[in-house]
Ligand binder design. Structure first.
Ligand code: EPZ
Length: 452
């Protein structure tokens, strides 16, 4: 049995360049043309952790170039695993999983790295991973992950900011189990599905998450020889196998990036087309776009064109686990509904602290009142450009979208959030005709004039 794995810790985040840089947007430019959607961040990250289940070559395609992906590469490489990203291809070989320590400061900045505990425990019979801790949008507890691993026979201790999991028993192999989730957590479903692929016997995950990224991870594991059925439903069954084999897999397009561009088209009353898109992945988003008056037509099985309306109707939104309305699109729709002709109520049920963009949208003239996890958005005739600060990944996208529709100049800072999840956002928007530019610092942003 290989040595146990240790990952340890230092929460201080260095002030990166993107903390000082800013995006300058000159609003009111109609968009037009076509935008290509990148691979899905939330699939790429977990599929990369899934490759640690296999001791042979894994090639993962359509991987976006994002800060989070780079961080995951750094963490995986610090574990002694071969990993290399060339363009949108990541090659990995986890024949060796060393005991090297991953730099805590990177682990603490990437929650998804916690999902590593599943594959490492399944491969090594032991793992120590820093607790991911909370983030801007919520406490983000992990008790469902821990509960599931304990059900599969692991002894899990939480101490000194670390989660230390060890598989008891002579062969130190996880055991299949029946696991019911009190909440259909995406991460817990993914962690335990991965752990179960190499476990002894059958595991049944009940009230499991049904997100497209969960299905993509299952398909990746199945392509390596895993026995998984029911991914995409609320009951997933995994029959453990002794080992997995090499794979060449292409991940799904990013439905949240696609949704963000659709909202950018709707708020600027612009006709744009997007591809590749998987139709089913956007059902709830397209339904809400129809309710605000925007039409969409499929020009090809994976290509969507948005036909904007002259006015934006109000509508109510409640975020829910898939196939409900995605919490990762809540902020973007709040920006859109800020310009609607009436009142909308947005209820955030998935994360307890995901309304921090309200204050920044108010700075741009939006009329929004918050009551608990509800935001009451009263539409205004126009937004005005302002200096605003991104507070998390999707909040930053909402501010870009509001800036595209606002009168005058918007300056957005806190871009380290945006860079975590949107690949080449400025060039993609510039290609659609947006007047948007990234500058090195605030002074440059103040001085920049994009009217010409
Ligand atoms: C994934 O996070 C995504 N991240 C999130 O995207 C997304 O918002 C979320 O799923 C919901 O769709 C990645 O895939 C890397 P959860 P995850 O476990 O897995 C609670 C973005 O913007 N919970 O489904 O962490 C939890 O606190 C990001 O790209 C527990 O209580 O989400 C939250 O309130 C943000 N106990 C809710 O469940 C647990 O053990 C949903 O969390 C686990 C979760």
């Amino acid at each position: 049995m290989e040595d146990r794995l240790i990952i340890t810790s230092n929460p201080n985040k260095s002030v990166s360049e993107s903390d000082r840089s800013a995006l300058v947007i000159w609003g009111k430019s109609p968009l037009n043309g076509h935008v290509t959607i990148s691979g899905a961040k939330n699939s790429a990250l977990v599929v990369m952790t899934g490759a640690l289940l296999c001791s042979e070559d894994c090639r993962i395609r359509n991987v976006p170039s994002l800060v989070d992906v780079k961080r995951m590469c750094q963490i995986i490489s610090a574990l002694g695993v071969k990993v290399e990203q060339n363009g949108d291809v990541v090659d990995m070989n986890a024949q060796e999983i060393g005991t090297s320590q991953a730099p805590y400061d990177i682990v603490s900045q990437l929650r998804a790295s916690f999902f590593l505990i599943g594959p490492i425990l399944a491969r090594l019979g032991e793992a120590r991973v820093p607790m991911p801790g909370g983030c801007a949008i919520g406490a983000r507890p992990i008790e469902l992950h821990v509960m599931g691993l304990q059900k599969m026979g692991a002894d899990v201790q939480l101490a000194h900011g670390m989660v230390h999991a060890r598989v008891k028993g002579s062969n130190r192999r996880l055991q299949g189990a029946r696991i019911y989730f009190d909440y259909p957590s995406v991460g817990a479903t993914e962690t335990l599905m991965m752990a179960a692929t190499l476990a002894e016997g059958e595991t049944i995950l009940e009230n499991a998450a049904q997100e497209p990224e969960v299905i993509d991870l299952a398909n990746f594991c199945i392509a390596m020889g895993a026995k998984i059925t029911g991914a995409g439903t609320n009951t997933i069954t995994i029959s453990g196998v002794p080992s997995l084999h090499r794979v060449d897999y292409s991940i799904i397009p990013d439905r949240i990036e696609a949704g963000s561009f659709l909202v950018a088209g709707a708020i600027t009353h612009s006709e744009i087309s997007l591809s590749p898109i998987v139709p089913d992945h956007l059902t709830a988003v397209l339904a809400k776009l129809r309710e605000v008056g925007t039409q969409t037509i499929w020009e090809a099985p994976d290509t969507l064109r948005i036909i904007p309306a002259n006015t934006i109707k109000p509508t109510d939104i409640e975020t829910l686990p898939y196939p409900g309305f995605p919490t990762d699109m809540q902020a973007q729709f709040m920006a859109l509904l800020s310009l609607s002709e009436g009142n909308s109520v947005i209820t955030e049920t998935v994360f307890e602290n995901r309304l921090r963009h309200v204050a920044e949208l108010q700075r741009m003239g939006a009329n929004i009142r918050v009551k608990g996890n509800n935001a009451i958005v009263t539409g205004v005739p126009f937004l005005t450009g302002a200096k605003v600060l991104a507070t998390d990944l999707r909040a930053s996208a909402a501010l870009v979208i509001a800036g595209l529709a606002a009168e005058g100049k918007t300056i957005i800072q806190g871009l380290h959030h945006l860079d975590r999840g949107y690949e080449k956002l400025e060039p993609k928007l510039q290609k659609l005709g947006a007047r948007i530019q990234r500058v090195q610092n605030e002074a440059e942003a103040e001085a920049l004039n994009l009217t010409v």
